[in-house]
Every structure is written in structure tokens, then in C-alpha cells.
Design a protein around this ligand. Structure first.
Ligand SMILES: Cc1cc2nc3c(=O)[nH]c(=O)nc-3n(C[C@H](O)[C@H](O)[C@H](O)COP(=O)(O)O)c2cc1C
Length: 180
């Protein structure tokens, strides 16, 4: 990677923000697949990739979920949403499951890919809240062994949402947790 590409990659990371205000307009299926492909490129424990992705483009389903999920009202204003899900049956030989860590990594990749493609997206939590997971499980016929981690409305950003500067040097500890 050359200096220019490094700069672009870092700008992308620092420009990512939760987008909650959208313009009208559809996101085409190719872009949605590209975003999910980035999700699948995430690291996962033992490379087990315990993720599944559900892309919702059905208008009725989006509206129905917007009504039932108070923290994901933005579903009213987009033409697509991605549900990132973990398969709880995928385990290491010693029986460990890392679906939560792995799907979180996939989610961050999805949010970065959306930013890279000029789209707006926001992580809205489903897991661990039963009352948020249930409407999605029901509407999308998700089987019992699959846990919906979040639902990510994806759309054309209106421009009002801006990235935050979160640089907090005090949160870095060199070599040991020194007392201040
Ligand atoms: C685990 C998790 C759950 C979140 N749940 C919601 C949510 O339900 N609704 C929402 O609008 N934003 C949600 N967010 C987005 C955060 O509010 C947002 O990332 C945070 O305010 C920082 O802003 P930024 O993403 O623009 O940097 C969630 C983020 C994470 C990581």
C-alpha cells in the first residue's frame, strides 16, 4: 500500500459516522452485495466465519420493523437494511463460540464499506434485547440457532451527520497501567 492509499484508508475510518438522516433514493443490489462482501472479509476466531447476513429490501418489512423498533426508526427512510446475524452452532473443536466478537468485526467492516461507497449506515442494536430481536426474527423467519446482532439501515446520506473527533490520548497506556 502506498502513502496515498494509507491516507485514503485512514480518512475513511475517521470519516465513518452513524447516519440517521437520509435522502430519498434506492441503494442498488450490487452496492448492497459489495457492502456485505466487506463484512465477510472481517477476521474471525479460527476463521470459522459464524456470520449470516440478511438484506431487507421489501418496503413493507422495512416499515413494519420501523414501527416495532423504537431505536431503529430510520428504517422508515431507507430502501434497504442489513441484519448481521451469528450462527450459535458454529464452534471451535473445544466447543468455544465467538459469534459475538466475529459478527461485531463484520459489522464494522460493513459500516466502513458503506462510507467508502458514499452510503449512510448506522448500527442499531438488536442483541441482547429480546424485545428488539423478536420482531426481526418473526418478520424474517430467522431460525432459532441464528441470533440477530443488529439491523443496519443503509441509504443515501442527507449530509447532516458528521464524524466525531474521538481522540483521547489519556486512554493509551504504554507498557503498564501507570498511576497518574
Ligand atoms: C453496540 C452498538 C449499539 C448501537 N445501537 C444503536 C441503536 O440502537 N440506535 C442508534 O441510533 N444507534 C446505535 N448505535 C450507534 C451509536 O449510537 C454510535 O456509534 C455512537 O453514538 C457514536 O457515533 P458515531 O457512530 O457517529 O461515531 C449503536 C452502536 C453500537 C456499537
Amino acid at each position: 500500500m502506498n502513502d496515498m492509499q494509507n491516507k485514503t484508508m485512514l480518512s475513511l475510518i475517521h470519516n465513518r459516522k452513524s447516519v440517521r438522516h437520509f435522502q430519498s433514493g434506492d441503494v442498488n443490489k450490487e452496492k448492497l452485495k459489495e457492502v456485505v462482501r466487506a463484512g465477510m472479509a472481517a477476521p474471525s476466531a479460527r476463521d470459522l466465519r459464524p456470520w449470516q447476513f440478511l438484506i431487507i429490501t421489501n418496503e413493507n418489512t422495512l416499515k413494519n420493523l420501523a414501527e416495532q423498533l423504537p431505536y431503529a426508526k430510520m428504517l422508515h427512510d431507507v430502501s434497504a437494511a442489513i441484519v448481521v446475524m451469528g450462527d450459535t452452532t458454529v464452534k471451535s473443536p473445544s466447543g468455544q463460540s465467538y459469534w459475538l466478537q466475529d459478527t461485531c468485526a463484520a459489522t464494522e467492516n460493513i459500516l466502513l464499506a458503506a462510507e467508502a461507497l458514499g452510503l449512510g449506515a448506522v448500527w442499531t442494536a438488536l442483541y441482547p434485547y429480546q424485545d428488539r430481536m423478536s420482531p426481526v426474527v418473526e418478520a424474517c423467519h430467522i431460525p432459532e440457532h441464528i441470533v440477530p446482532l443488529n439491523i443496519i439501515p443503509v441509504g443515501i446520506p442527507e449530509g447532516a451527520d458528521k464524524p466525531k473527533d474521538k481522540w483521547e490520548p489519556d486512554k493509551i497506556h504504554w507498557n503498564a497501567w501507570e498511576t497518574k
